[in-house]
Design a protein around this ligand. Structure first.
Ligand code: AMP
Length: 501
């Protein structure tokens, strides 16, 4: 059975394609959303989901949330006696979803389609795939979240050519995509985003307003500061949800035995959040520009992500596009439902016979090279794009490079992802060294081929025609993670996970 999983910053969800349509699977508590939270009890037991989320205010030092933001890094979180990589924490959430789905479906779940923000880079995608594998799932494909949202909205069934825009503001990330359908092919024409902007940032604004009004000072760094921050954040989240319903909401927390309470008004919130709202505009304009589409040409604007429930965001979207956004689906469910549609495509469900899905790579991939400038001076660190942003994937492109120095014995390629002309302003993915025969400058050629698969993972092939040498790299699997995937999977499986039912 292939399932579709939305591994969100705040909440995750799992869905399956059956009976001709996608369907969310409730967890052991009967909820359709499982908070992406992990906590470890004093007895060393791991709890995941709502129970972990609830422990955030009582046991902040033993509880981890929002670790999706750290995916692809080696920043570890200490919980109890163990340290966890972001992908370990994600794996625990995935394993919990998997167990719940197996219980609900009455059959083993071994394969999954997992969604990622379109803006996730190669490292972040690889970490997500590893998290799935650590949870005992074969990751059939990674799908960009906005693409999944488009599938959930049944855009693939409409068969018109008009582009539409998916506006996805989640807990931690913001994504904009322009999607188009023709002849049963769903094509993401352009993606842009900000992977450091989401509901959590709006919480910080509320937290600042609340703590300033209460004259509550943050304790100096240490366990007290962590506990304080968690309480303030939980209070801010409640306040912000309240502000989605009315003109003011209480901001209330109990800190070291004393109750502190004030009120935050919508007017105060919206004024303080203006800089965040301003950041919503740029990715929208960039995606329209990249897709070569005018706002007036859009057939629809689809809202996705829990944070689009904020009236402030809805108003901003309405103003930006001069029309009301479509809200026919629950913004928190669309991504998981779309992942299930993709899973159905993978499993070739008869209801989806005619649909295929293509996607574009959301960023440019290339290498740093040295070039001679107009004065014959060697300039190092120039970014040479190989696969341009918004190329339809899977894609494979080749570039030819040559030696720049006499008797040079190797060429060093630094593989980068990004849009800046100066390579070092982009994200370094890997370094590849290719031995070449010592000859005069410019006489040895090297062909570098980048292949980008449908999940957004990169492979590099290098050929040196002079020596008939061929080399292949899969850009390195995140550094720093000790031990093989098997050993780490076994270690995670040994953790005592608290059964919730
Ligand atoms: P997601 O990552 O899509 O699960 O979105 C989670 C984000 O949606 C969190 O930042 C929540 O605070 C936010 N959210 C959920 N419900 C509401 C609501 N009623 N009003 C405001 N924000 C909400």
């Amino acid at each position: 059975m292939i399932v579709g999983i939305d591994l969100g910053t705040t909440n995750s969800a799992i869905a399956v394609f059956r009976g001709g349509g996608p369907e969310l699977i409730p967890n052991a508590l009967g909820d359709l959303l499982t908070p992406s939270a992990v906590s470890v009890t004093d007895a060393g037991e791991v709890v995941v989901g709502r129970a972990a989320q609830d422990r955030r205010s009582t046991h902040p030092a033993q509880t981890a949330t929002a670790f999706k933001r750290l995916m692809g890094t080696t920043r570890e979180t200490q919980l109890g006696k163990r340290r966890y990589l972001p992908e370990d924490l994600s794996a625990l959430v995935l394993a919990s979803l998997r167990r719940d789905a197996e219980a609900a479906l009455g059959e083993p779940v071994t394969q999954a389609v997992i969604t990622v923000p379109a803006y996730f880079n190669d490292r972040q995608r690889r970490a997500t795939r590893r998290a799935g594998e650590l949870a005992g799932l074969t990751v059939e494909r990674l799908v960009n979240e906005p693409t999944a949202a488009a599938l959930a909205h049944g855009i693939h069934e409409r068969g018109d050519r008009e582009p539409f825009l998916v506006f996805d503001l989640g807990g931690g990330t913001f994504d904009v995509s322009i999607v188009e359908v023709f002849d049963g092919i769903v094509e993401v024409r352009a993606s842009a985003g900000d992977n450091r902007l989401g509901g959590e940032d709006f919480n910080e604004v509320v937290a600042r307003l609340g703590t300033e009004a209460l004259k509550l000072a943050t304790p100096p760094a240490g366990p007290r500061a962590i506990a304080f921050a968690a309480l303030v954040d939980a209070a801010a989240e409640r306040t912000r949800r309240g502000l989605s319903e009315g003109d003011a909401a209480p901001f209330r927390l109990i800190w070291e035995g004393a109750e502190h309470a004030t009120t935050v008004t919508t007017a105060q919130f919206e004024e303080a959040a203006a800089p965040l709202v301003a950041r919503l505009r740029d990715p929208v304009l960039r995606s329209l520009r990249d897709a070569g589409v005018q706002s007036a040409d859009l057939s629809e604007v689809v809202l996705v992500g829990g944070a689009t429930r904020m009236p402030l965001v809805r108003r901003t979207v309405t103003r930006m596009f001069g029309r009301f956004p479509g809200v026919d689906l629950h913004p928190d469910h669309a991504v998981a439902l779309g992942a299930a549609v993709q899973a159905g495509l993978k499993a070739r469900d008869a209801a989806l016979d005619e649909v295929r899905l293509t996607d574009v790579c959301p960023f440019t991939l290339g290498v740093a090279t040295s070039e001679r400038d107009a004065f014959g001076q060697l300039q190092a660190g120039i970014f040479a794009p190989i696969i341009e942003r918004n190329t339809v994937v899977p894609a494979s492109r080749e570039h030819r490079f040559q030696t720049v120095q006499d008797r040079q014995v190797r060429i060093r390629f630094e593989v980068y992802q990004g849009e800046a002309r100066r390579a070092s302003d982009n994200i370094l993915l890997d370094t590849i060294e290719v031995p070449v025969p010592p000859r005069p400058a410019g006489e040895v050629q090297v062909d570098v081929r980048f292949s980008y698969d449908a999940s957004g993972l990169l492979e590099v092939d290098v050929a040196v025609p002079a020596t008939d040498q061929r080399l292949r790299w899969v850009v390195s699997e995140g550094d720093g993670a000790e031990g093989s995937l098997d050993a780490r999977r076994a270690a995670l499986a040994r953790l005592k996970v608290h059964p919730r039912d």
